[in-house]
Design a protein around this ligand. Structure first.
Ligand code: SIN
Length: 306
Protein backbone atom coordinates (compact mmCIF):
# COMPACT_ATOMS: atom_id res chain seq x y z
CA UNK A 1 0.00 0.00 0.00
CA UNK A 2 1.26 3.50 -0.85
CA UNK A 3 2.12 5.85 2.00
CA UNK A 4 -0.18 8.81 2.46
CA UNK A 5 0.72 11.90 0.41
CA UNK A 6 2.48 14.60 2.45
CA UNK A 7 0.10 17.55 2.28
CA UNK A 8 2.33 20.13 3.95
CA UNK A 9 3.30 23.18 1.91
CA UNK A 10 5.46 26.20 2.56
CA UNK A 11 3.94 29.60 1.84
CA UNK A 12 6.76 32.14 2.22
CA UNK A 13 8.09 30.47 5.36
CA UNK A 14 4.65 29.77 6.84
CA UNK A 15 4.11 26.01 6.97
CA UNK A 16 0.53 25.03 6.14
CA UNK A 17 -0.50 21.50 7.16
CA UNK A 18 -2.32 21.26 3.84
CA UNK A 19 -2.55 23.62 0.84
CA UNK A 20 -6.16 24.74 1.46
CA UNK A 21 -6.69 28.27 2.75
CA UNK A 22 -10.09 29.93 3.18
CA UNK A 23 -10.34 32.95 0.91
CA UNK A 24 -10.85 36.33 2.53
CA UNK A 25 -14.44 37.53 2.58
CA UNK A 26 -16.03 34.12 2.19
CA UNK A 27 -15.38 32.69 5.66
CA UNK A 28 -15.93 35.67 7.96
CA UNK A 29 -13.79 35.01 11.02
CA UNK A 30 -14.54 31.29 10.97
CA UNK A 31 -17.24 31.19 13.66
CA UNK A 32 -20.12 30.04 11.42
CA UNK A 33 -18.08 27.35 9.68
CA UNK A 34 -16.70 26.17 13.02
CA UNK A 35 -20.18 24.74 13.65
CA UNK A 36 -19.68 22.32 10.75
CA UNK A 37 -16.15 21.03 11.38
CA UNK A 38 -12.96 21.53 13.34
CA UNK A 39 -11.22 24.56 11.81
CA UNK A 40 -7.88 22.86 12.54
CA UNK A 41 -8.60 20.69 9.50
CA UNK A 42 -7.74 23.65 7.26
CA UNK A 43 -4.33 24.81 6.13
CA UNK A 44 -5.10 28.48 6.73
CA UNK A 45 -7.86 31.00 7.23
CA UNK A 46 -7.67 34.34 5.55
CA UNK A 47 -10.09 36.55 7.46
CA UNK A 48 -12.57 39.09 6.09
CA UNK A 49 -10.78 42.21 4.89
CA UNK A 50 -9.93 44.52 7.79
CA UNK A 51 -9.73 48.29 7.76
CA UNK A 52 -8.34 50.75 10.30
CA UNK A 53 -11.85 51.79 11.40
CA UNK A 54 -15.05 49.69 11.39
CA UNK A 55 -17.06 49.80 8.13
CA UNK A 56 -20.70 49.02 7.42
CA UNK A 57 -19.98 48.31 3.77
CA UNK A 58 -22.08 49.26 0.76
CA UNK A 59 -25.89 49.50 0.68
CA UNK A 60 -27.87 46.41 -0.43
CA UNK A 61 -28.51 44.66 -2.73
CA UNK A 62 -24.85 43.75 -2.75
CA UNK A 63 -24.88 40.10 -3.81
CA UNK A 64 -26.27 38.78 -7.10
CA UNK A 65 -26.08 35.28 -8.51
CA UNK A 66 -24.75 34.72 -12.02
CA UNK A 67 -24.42 31.58 -14.13
CA UNK A 68 -21.51 29.73 -12.43
CA UNK A 69 -20.75 32.45 -9.91
CA UNK A 70 -21.77 35.48 -7.87
CA UNK A 71 -21.24 39.21 -8.06
CA UNK A 72 -20.55 41.03 -4.80
CA UNK A 73 -20.26 44.65 -3.87
CA UNK A 74 -19.90 44.18 -0.11
CA UNK A 75 -17.60 47.16 0.32
CA UNK A 76 -15.34 45.78 3.03
CA UNK A 77 -17.87 45.50 5.85
CA UNK A 78 -15.83 44.64 8.94
CA UNK A 79 -15.51 45.51 12.65
CA UNK A 80 -12.11 47.22 12.25
CA UNK A 81 -8.65 45.97 13.06
CA UNK A 82 -8.82 46.65 16.83
CA UNK A 83 -12.09 44.74 17.32
CA UNK A 84 -10.66 41.87 15.24
CA UNK A 85 -7.62 41.67 17.50
CA UNK A 86 -9.70 41.89 20.70
CA UNK A 87 -12.66 39.67 19.76
CA UNK A 88 -11.94 37.44 16.77
CA UNK A 89 -8.25 36.57 16.89
CA UNK A 90 -8.53 34.85 20.33
CA UNK A 91 -11.33 32.67 18.90
CA UNK A 92 -9.23 31.68 15.87
CA UNK A 93 -6.19 31.02 18.05
CA UNK A 94 -8.03 28.11 19.71
CA UNK A 95 -7.41 26.19 16.50
CA UNK A 96 -4.27 24.73 15.01
CA UNK A 97 -4.58 26.72 11.77
CA UNK A 98 -2.56 29.54 10.26
CA UNK A 99 -4.32 32.89 10.50
CA UNK A 100 -3.83 35.34 7.64
CA UNK A 101 -5.10 38.90 8.13
CA UNK A 102 -6.34 40.60 4.96
CA UNK A 103 -6.03 44.40 5.16
CA UNK A 104 -7.18 47.38 3.09
CA UNK A 105 -6.07 50.95 3.69
CA UNK A 106 -6.99 54.41 2.44
CA UNK A 107 -3.32 55.42 2.45
CA UNK A 108 0.02 53.57 2.48
CA UNK A 109 0.45 54.78 6.09
CA UNK A 110 -2.78 53.07 7.12
CA UNK A 111 -1.49 49.79 5.69
CA UNK A 112 1.69 50.25 7.75
CA UNK A 113 -0.23 50.94 10.98
CA UNK A 114 -2.41 47.87 10.52
CA UNK A 115 0.60 45.66 9.76
CA UNK A 116 2.24 46.78 12.98
CA UNK A 117 -0.84 46.06 15.11
CA UNK A 118 -1.57 42.71 13.50
CA UNK A 119 1.95 41.36 13.61
CA UNK A 120 2.25 42.39 17.26
CA UNK A 121 -1.07 40.64 17.91
CA UNK A 122 0.36 37.42 16.50
CA UNK A 123 -1.23 36.70 13.11
CA UNK A 124 0.86 34.33 10.99
CA UNK A 125 0.81 36.34 7.79
CA UNK A 126 -0.64 39.50 6.31
CA UNK A 127 -2.46 39.64 2.98
CA UNK A 128 -2.28 43.18 1.64
CA UNK A 129 -5.45 43.81 -0.36
CA UNK A 130 -4.83 46.23 -3.20
CA UNK A 131 -7.55 44.74 -5.35
CA UNK A 132 -11.02 45.31 -3.85
CA UNK A 133 -13.18 46.54 -6.76
CA UNK A 134 -15.95 47.88 -4.47
CA UNK A 135 -14.41 50.86 -2.67
CA UNK A 136 -13.52 54.35 -3.87
CA UNK A 137 -10.30 54.91 -1.89
CA UNK A 138 -7.46 52.34 -1.72
CA UNK A 139 -8.39 49.00 -3.32
CA UNK A 140 -8.06 48.98 -7.09
CA UNK A 141 -6.58 52.47 -7.09
CA UNK A 142 -3.41 50.85 -5.68
CA UNK A 143 -3.72 47.51 -7.41
CA UNK A 144 -3.77 48.79 -10.97
CA UNK A 145 -0.71 51.07 -10.78
CA UNK A 146 2.70 49.43 -10.32
CA UNK A 147 4.30 52.41 -8.52
CA UNK A 148 1.47 52.66 -5.98
CA UNK A 149 1.33 48.90 -5.52
CA UNK A 150 5.07 49.00 -4.77
CA UNK A 151 4.69 51.89 -2.32
CA UNK A 152 2.00 50.06 -0.32
CA UNK A 153 4.10 46.87 -0.33
CA UNK A 154 7.18 48.70 0.96
CA UNK A 155 5.15 50.30 3.74
CA UNK A 156 3.61 46.95 4.73
CA UNK A 157 7.03 45.24 4.79
CA UNK A 158 8.59 48.02 6.84
CA UNK A 159 5.93 47.65 9.54
CA UNK A 160 5.38 43.91 9.55
CA UNK A 161 7.17 41.26 11.57
CA UNK A 162 5.43 38.44 9.66
CA UNK A 163 5.46 37.56 5.93
CA UNK A 164 3.55 39.92 3.64
CA UNK A 165 1.52 38.57 0.72
CA UNK A 166 0.00 41.00 -1.77
CA UNK A 167 -3.41 40.20 -3.28
CA UNK A 168 -3.51 41.06 -6.97
CA UNK A 169 -6.38 42.18 -9.16
CA UNK A 170 -7.28 40.55 -12.48
CA UNK A 171 -8.71 43.91 -13.61
CA UNK A 172 -5.50 44.98 -15.32
CA UNK A 173 -4.02 44.65 -18.79
CA UNK A 174 -0.91 42.81 -17.62
CA UNK A 175 -0.93 41.24 -14.16
CA UNK A 176 2.78 40.39 -14.39
CA UNK A 177 3.63 44.09 -14.32
CA UNK A 178 1.98 44.52 -10.90
CA UNK A 179 3.39 41.19 -9.66
CA UNK A 180 6.93 42.30 -10.58
CA UNK A 181 6.42 45.68 -8.91
CA UNK A 182 5.35 44.17 -5.58
CA UNK A 183 8.01 41.42 -5.72
CA UNK A 184 10.71 44.05 -6.33
CA UNK A 185 9.30 46.07 -3.41
CA UNK A 186 9.86 43.10 -1.09
CA UNK A 187 6.58 41.15 -1.05
CA UNK A 188 7.12 37.66 0.37
CA UNK A 189 4.26 36.15 -1.69
CA UNK A 190 1.39 37.11 -3.96
CA UNK A 191 -2.20 35.87 -3.97
CA UNK A 192 -4.41 35.93 -7.04
CA UNK A 193 -6.94 36.46 -8.36
CA UNK A 194 -9.35 38.81 -6.62
CA UNK A 195 -12.73 39.22 -8.34
CA UNK A 196 -13.34 40.36 -11.92
CA UNK A 197 -15.45 43.51 -12.26
CA UNK A 198 -18.92 42.73 -13.59
CA UNK A 199 -22.50 43.95 -13.83
CA UNK A 200 -26.05 42.55 -14.08
CA UNK A 201 -29.13 44.50 -15.13
CA UNK A 202 -32.80 43.81 -14.36
CA UNK A 203 -34.36 44.23 -17.80
CA UNK A 204 -37.84 45.00 -16.39
CA UNK A 205 -36.74 47.91 -14.20
CA UNK A 206 -33.65 48.69 -16.31
CA UNK A 207 -31.81 49.04 -13.02
CA UNK A 208 -28.54 47.30 -12.19
CA UNK A 209 -29.19 44.48 -9.71
CA UNK A 210 -26.47 45.73 -7.36
CA UNK A 211 -27.02 49.07 -5.65
CA UNK A 212 -23.43 50.04 -6.46
CA UNK A 213 -24.16 49.18 -10.13
CA UNK A 214 -21.07 46.98 -10.49
CA UNK A 215 -19.41 44.32 -8.37
CA UNK A 216 -16.76 41.61 -8.37
CA UNK A 217 -17.36 38.22 -10.02
CA UNK A 218 -16.19 35.04 -8.31
CA UNK A 219 -17.04 31.35 -8.54
CA UNK A 220 -16.39 28.54 -11.05
CA UNK A 221 -16.78 30.89 -14.04
CA UNK A 222 -13.47 32.63 -13.20
CA UNK A 223 -11.29 29.51 -12.74
CA UNK A 224 -9.73 29.53 -16.25
CA UNK A 225 -8.84 33.22 -15.84
CA UNK A 226 -7.21 32.44 -12.49
CA UNK A 227 -5.25 29.51 -13.89
CA UNK A 228 -3.98 31.63 -16.78
CA UNK A 229 -2.94 34.49 -14.51
CA UNK A 230 -1.23 32.23 -11.95
CA UNK A 231 0.72 30.67 -14.82
CA UNK A 232 1.75 34.09 -16.14
CA UNK A 233 2.76 35.38 -12.69
CA UNK A 234 4.69 32.18 -11.91
CA UNK A 235 6.75 32.85 -15.01
CA UNK A 236 7.42 36.44 -14.00
CA UNK A 237 8.38 36.38 -10.29
CA UNK A 238 10.26 34.11 -7.91
CA UNK A 239 8.02 34.39 -4.87
CA UNK A 240 5.34 31.89 -3.79
CA UNK A 241 1.80 32.16 -5.10
CA UNK A 242 -1.47 31.49 -3.30
CA UNK A 243 -3.83 30.69 -6.19
CA UNK A 244 -7.57 31.31 -6.04
CA UNK A 245 -10.60 31.90 -8.20
CA UNK A 246 -13.41 29.39 -8.68
CA UNK A 247 -11.90 26.46 -6.77
CA UNK A 248 -14.64 23.98 -5.85
CA UNK A 249 -12.92 20.60 -6.10
CA UNK A 250 -9.53 18.90 -6.07
CA UNK A 251 -9.16 19.08 -9.86
CA UNK A 252 -9.58 22.88 -9.78
CA UNK A 253 -6.95 23.23 -7.06
CA UNK A 254 -4.60 20.90 -8.93
CA UNK A 255 -4.83 23.11 -12.04
CA UNK A 256 -3.81 26.18 -10.03
CA UNK A 257 -0.92 24.27 -8.46
CA UNK A 258 0.27 22.91 -11.79
CA UNK A 259 0.16 26.50 -13.09
CA UNK A 260 2.51 27.54 -10.28
CA UNK A 261 0.58 28.05 -7.02
CA UNK A 262 2.05 26.48 -3.88
CA UNK A 263 -1.29 26.70 -2.05
CA UNK A 264 -4.88 27.45 -3.02
CA UNK A 265 -7.75 29.39 -1.52
CA UNK A 266 -11.36 28.24 -1.57
CA UNK A 267 -14.03 30.94 -1.42
CA UNK A 268 -17.38 31.11 -3.18
CA UNK A 269 -17.74 27.31 -3.19
CA UNK A 270 -18.30 27.44 0.60
CA UNK A 271 -21.58 29.29 0.16
CA UNK A 272 -23.13 26.27 -1.55
CA UNK A 273 -21.20 23.64 0.40
CA UNK A 274 -19.47 24.49 3.69
CA UNK A 275 -17.49 21.27 3.37
CA UNK A 276 -15.98 22.29 0.01
CA UNK A 277 -12.51 23.09 1.47
CA UNK A 278 -12.22 19.62 3.01
CA UNK A 279 -13.33 18.04 -0.28
CA UNK A 280 -10.71 20.11 -2.13
CA UNK A 281 -8.02 18.95 0.31
CA UNK A 282 -8.99 15.29 -0.01
CA UNK A 283 -9.35 15.59 -3.79
CA UNK A 284 -5.88 17.08 -4.09
CA UNK A 285 -4.39 14.28 -1.97
CA UNK A 286 -6.09 11.71 -4.20
CA UNK A 287 -4.83 13.32 -7.41
CA UNK A 288 -1.27 13.62 -6.08
CA UNK A 289 -1.36 9.98 -4.96
CA UNK A 290 -2.72 8.76 -8.29
CA UNK A 291 0.06 10.65 -10.06
CA UNK A 292 2.69 8.92 -7.94
CA UNK A 293 3.71 11.94 -5.87
CA UNK A 294 4.87 11.62 -2.25
CA UNK A 295 4.21 15.30 -1.62
CA UNK A 296 1.38 17.46 -2.90
CA UNK A 297 3.94 20.24 -3.37
CA UNK A 298 5.25 18.18 -6.29
CA UNK A 299 2.34 19.54 -8.34
CA UNK A 300 3.51 23.13 -8.07
CA UNK A 301 4.63 24.58 -11.39
CA UNK A 302 4.79 21.22 -13.12
CA UNK A 303 2.47 22.09 -16.01
CA UNK A 304 3.94 21.05 -19.37
CA UNK A 305 3.00 23.87 -21.75
CA UNK A 306 2.94 23.13 -25.44
C1 SIN B 1 -15.68 43.58 -0.64
O1 SIN B 1 -15.79 43.59 0.60
O2 SIN B 1 -16.22 44.46 -1.36
C2 SIN B 1 -14.90 42.51 -1.31
C3 SIN B 1 -13.48 42.53 -0.93
C4 SIN B 1 -12.54 42.39 -2.09
O3 SIN B 1 -12.96 42.14 -3.21
O4 SIN B 1 -11.34 42.53 -1.89
Amino acid sequence: MRNAVDLRVDLAGVELKNPVVMASGTFGFGREYGQFYDLSELGGICVKGLTAAPREGNPPPRIAETPMGILNSVGLQNPGVDAFIAQELPFLRQYDVKVIANISGNTPEEYGEMCEKLSEAGVDMIEVNISCPNVKAGGLAYGTRPELAAEVTRMAKEHSAVPVMVKLSPNVTDITEIARAVADAGADAVSLINTLRGMRIDIATRRPILKMNTGGLSGPAVLPVAVRMVWEVAGAVNIPILGMGGVAKGEDAAQLMLAGACAVAVGTACFADPYAPLKVRDGLAKIAGEQGLDKVSGLTGSVRPW
